[in-house]
Each structure stands twice: as structure tokens, then as C-alpha cells.
Design a protein around this ligand. Structure first.
Ligand code: SAM
Length: 244
């Protein structure tokens, strides 16, 4: 499995999840609509007004979407394979902030702090917990959830079907699954025989339709800043599924 343990990726994801707009995209002519992806995906749940929501963020990285979900949920579990990402999310949850370094150009860096104080005042860190785990082999006693969020995860898994198969157990009847994927299938993450043969949307419908009703399909851009002059601008396909 390809790892997300490097300090470079930790700093890119802390910036993507917690950086200011100006830190993430300092150019006026840049694609600013791509900022805020980890909160925009959460906004696609249609059942967030319900009471007592139990939620799961699979592939949570450094935790921004989980904190966003905590604004309306009673319990949020964030699971990621990366020990480094989970340690950062847990540090943020318990200490409120974490220092990191933003890459400018070459050897030039800037010091930055990711802080929960910059998030909306109604986030509830005490309702979140972060755990290292494998989305393809989740604990059997995890229980079920009213909301499951999996953003930009499935095309990074060696066996994505294992995770898709588990969703029917993980989501309560009437509960929702928000699945975002840029469909950037790469052999180094997912062996070719485990990738969809055709288009990803048809493949998802084929795998999920026996247990879920598709209630929304849309697109969301996101931005990863590698340096002040180099960015990944990508469009994720977002589908929302209601458990039958
Ligand atoms: C492209 S990032 C997306 C992170 C975050 N959801 C977002 O949208 O910013 C993929 C994430 O999936 C995690 N991941 C990869 N394989 C995983 C697995 N088998 N189980 C759980 N998480 C995994 C990585 O560590 C990384 O945090």
C-alpha cells in the first residue's frame, strides 16, 4: 500500500485542510473556487439536521472534514491509514493547534500553525476521535453510522471493492454515504485488475445500487499546494447515496 506518512504530504494536507485562503492560493488569478474542499464535501449530506448523528470519516487525513461534521453530529470517528496524519489530527483535537512548515520554493519555507480557533465556533472536538485503521479491513465492532464520508479515498486503495462492500453494513437504513473521487486511478495505488473497467460512475452504481439509492451527483474542485508556484487542481466526482 502506498503511504501518506511523509512530512511533505503532512504539510500539504495541513495546509489544504486548515490553511487560510491566502496561504493556500496567494495568486489573485488562481482557482480560488477549489479552496475549502474538506468542508464542501460535508455540505452534501442531506440529513445533517437529524438529532443524534453518528458519523464516520474514512480516509480522514488530518481531520478537517471530521471537525466540520462535529458541528451537527453527536459522535464522529475519523479513520486513516497514515499514523502521521492521525497523530496530527489527534494533536489538533487535544491541543487545539499544530505547527508545520509551508514549502515556498526550493529551500525556502514559511512557518505556519493549523488551529481549531480558525474554524467555526460550533465545532465540537470533544465529539471527535481519530484512529489509525485500514478502510479495507475495518474492525467488525465499529457499528453503524448515519453519515459516512469518504473523500478522495477509493482510488487510493489496492482493493476498493472491499471498502465498497463494507458500506452496506456501515450505513444505517436511511443513512447517507458521501463518496468523492477524482477517479485518478493509478497502478501504483490500485492494481489494474482492481480498477473499474469502464467509467467510475457506472462502476459505483453497479457496486452500490443493491443497497443504496443514488440521491445526488455533482462535482467539486480541490487544490493541493505543493509550492507557492506549483499546485494540483483536480475535480472530484461527488455522489451521495442513501441506504435502503
Ligand atoms: C487523497 S487523500 C484524501 C484525504 C482527505 N479525505 C481529503 O479529502 O483531503 C487519501 C487519504 O486516504 C488515506 N488512506 C489511504 N489508504 C487508506 C486505507 N487503506 N485506509 C484508510 N485510509 C487510507 C491516506 O492516508 C490519505 O489520508
Amino acid at each position: 500500500m502506498m503511504s501518506y506518512e511523509s512530512d511533505k504530504l503532512l504539510s500539504e494536507y495541513l495546509l489544504m485542510h486548515f490553511g487560510t485562503d491566502a496561504q493556500l492560493m496567494p495568486w489573485d488569478f488562481g482557482p480560488k473556487a477549489a479552496i475549502g474542499f474538506p468542508t464542501r464535501t460535508v455540505s452534501h449530506f442531506t440529513n445533517s439536521q437529524q438529532e443524534g448523528i453518528r458519523a464516520l470519516d474514512l480516509g480522514c487525513a488530518v481531520g478537517r472534514s471530521a471537525f466540520e461534521i462535529s458541528r451537527h453530529a453527536d459522535e464522529v470517528i475519523g479513520i486513516d491509514f497514515s499514523e502521521n496524519f492521525i497523530a496530527a489530527a489527534e494533536h489538533l483535537r487535544t491541543q487545539g493547534s499544530i505547527d508545520y512548515t509551508i514549502q515556498e520554493t526550493g529551500k525556502t519555507t514559511t512557518s505556519a500553525t493549523a488551529s481549531l480557533q480558525s474554524l467555526p465556533a460550533d465545532i465540537q472536538p470533544e465529539k471527535c476521535c481519530f484512529r489509525q485503521g485500514d478502510a479495507m479491513n475495518l474492525p467488525s465492532d465499529l457499528g453503524s453510522f448515519d453519515q459516512v464520508h469518504a473523500a478522495n479515498l477509493i482510488c487510493r486503495l489496492p482493493h476498493p471493492e472491499k471498502t465498497l462492500e463494507r458500506f452496506s453494513d456501515l450505513v444505517t437504513t436511511g443513512g447517507e454515504l458521501v463518496l468523492a473521487t477524482p477517479c485518478t486511478w493509478l497502478d501504483e495505488y490500485t492494481p489494474a485488475d482492481q480498477q473499474p473497467d469502464g467509467d467510475t460512475f457506472s462502476w459505483l452504481k453497479d457496486k452500490l445500487s443493491s443497497s443504496f439509492k443514488l440521491i445526488k451527483e455533482t462535482n467539486e474542485p480541490f487544490l493541493i499546494r505543493e509550492t507557492a508556484r506549483k499546485y494540483q487542481w483536480t475535480v472530484s466526482m461527488v455522489t451521495v447515496w442513501q441506504r435502503l
